[in-house]
Ligand binder design. Structure first.
Ligand code: ADP
Ligand code: MG
Length: 387
């Protein structure tokens, strides 16, 4: 599969640029196992880089021109590094443009290049093809221009490209794990300190399954902003009792129990979820360290219940998908993943029961929702690198 894709990339490069590439880079998509909406509360997340990626073949040029051909969109984009403008036609090219813009702003001297890109991270399905695109482009500019970019800095530059050039408000998790993930590991990220630990998963005989509800995440922007302000409001009120706290990350469960009655009802529910979700992430790491997948599964389920009932970012389709998984023998745990109001669930299932899960989802989900699900069976793979 990978070999076929590389073959395609090389022949694409030859066809469009009439030569051999100098560099072949890749960056993966991701799925978050647990730790939802904790990122903007300075908390913890636990994503894995997955076995779907975007690949780029490239060759440097002697001038400042960047020419990128997308095999998936059958389109060429062209821009000068001296004048990086938005492209309203080839919107996919705003990712490399944004990355180049902010690499330059950080003082990196970039060389022009020719590049061909192809990916198999499904677009807008919740697996963060956008982060894969940004990171693979940053890796390509790094290689082509003979630079050495600190990986954390690279992730931050990629995030900035998405926030400020493409105009999508996202945290640092996706770019971080796409850059730094490791095969058979999850990545525990401290979203305040930007420190991380690689956590061995020991998933022999267990599959990570991502199920797409096929619900487009409509409400997500306005509701996302409301959740953020509820969290900020909670911190402001709790600060009277817990002086010096900066974010919900600084509130532990005991303190929350002591002071939660000072919060308005909705704020209390939102903040309670975040405080407990942060604890669940850290307990998940412990569960993986102890090889206790059953415990991790329970934490996944509790996370979903919190997102559904306290944080209220689930939707009937996500709940249906999770309930179908919960009712399948061999499922270890299941929860919504991503911002919510649609998108995907993530499920851990014993290999023996994978087929049952897939057929139950394919049968019951359309019956319950009238929608067709998409199912991605994933493994935890290395973050970005050369091919
Ligand atoms: P998600 O990150 O959830 O997959 P986004 O809407 O954030 O969805 O990002 C999807 C966008 O990323 C696509 O519309 C496209 O512009 C860009 N992209 C993703 N994959 C590719 C690809 N293989 N080639 C070119 N651009 C891509
Ligand atoms: Mg995205």
């Amino acid at each position: 599969m990978t070999d076929d894709r590389i073959e395609m990339l090389l022949s694409g490069f030859k066809e469009h640029f009439g030569a051999e590439p100098e560099a072949l880079m890749r960056a993966p998509g991701r799925v978050n196992l647990i730790g939802e909406h904790t990122d903007y509360n300075d908390g913890f997340v636990l994503p894995v880089a997955i076995d779907r990626d975007i690949m780029v073949a490239s060759r440097s040029r002697d001038d400042a021109l960047v020419r990128i051909y997308s095999l998936d969109f059958n389109a060429l984009t062209e821009f000068s590094l001296n004048d990086i403008s938005h492209d309203s036609e080839n919107t996919w090219s705003n990712y490399p443009r944004g990355v180049a813009h902010f690499l330059k702003e950080e003082g990196y001297e970039l060389r022009g290049m020719e590049a061909v890109v192809t990916g198999n991270v499904p677009l807008a399905a919740g697996l963060s093809s956008s982060a894969a695109m940004e990171v693979v482009m940053a890796m390509t500019f790094e290689k082509i221009s003979g630079l050495e970019i600190d990986p954390v800095k690279m992730a931050l530059i990629c995030q900035k490209a998405e926030n400020q050039f493409v105009g999508v408000n996202c945290g640092i998790m996706d770019q971080f794990v796409s850059r730094m993930g490791r095969k058979d590991h999850a990545l525990l990220l401290d979203c305040r300190e930007l420190e991380f630990d690689l956590v061995p998963l020991n998933l022999e005989g267990v599959n990570i399954v991502v199920c797409n509800t096929s619900v487009k995440r409509g409400l997500v922007d306005s509701e996302y902003n409301k959740r953020r302000s509820e969290c900020e409001r909670g911190v402001k009120i709790l600060d009277d009792f817990l002086p010096g706290i900066r974010a919900l990350r600084d509130v532990d469960v005991d303190d929350f129990q002591k002071y939660h009655h000072h919060l308005p009802e909705t704020t209390e529910k939102r903040c309670g979820y975040i405080v407990r979700e942060n604890v669940r992430v850290l307990e998940s790491v412990q569960a993986f360290e102890e090889g206790d997948l059953i415990r991790f599964g329970i934490l996944m389920n509790e996370s979903h219940i919190g997102l559904r009932d306290e944080y209220e970012v689930s939707c009937p389709e996500l709940d249906a998908m999770v309930e179908i998984a919960w009712s399948t023998d061999g499922v270890i745990g299941s929860r919504m993943t991503g911002a919510g109001f649609g998108g995907c669930t993530v499920t851990l299932v014993a290999e023996d029961s994978l087929e049952d899960l897939v057929s139950k989802v394919n049968k019951e989900y359309p019956e319950r929702t009238g929608l067709q699900p998409e199912i991605y069976i994933c493994t935890a793979e290395d973050g970005a690198g050369s091919l």
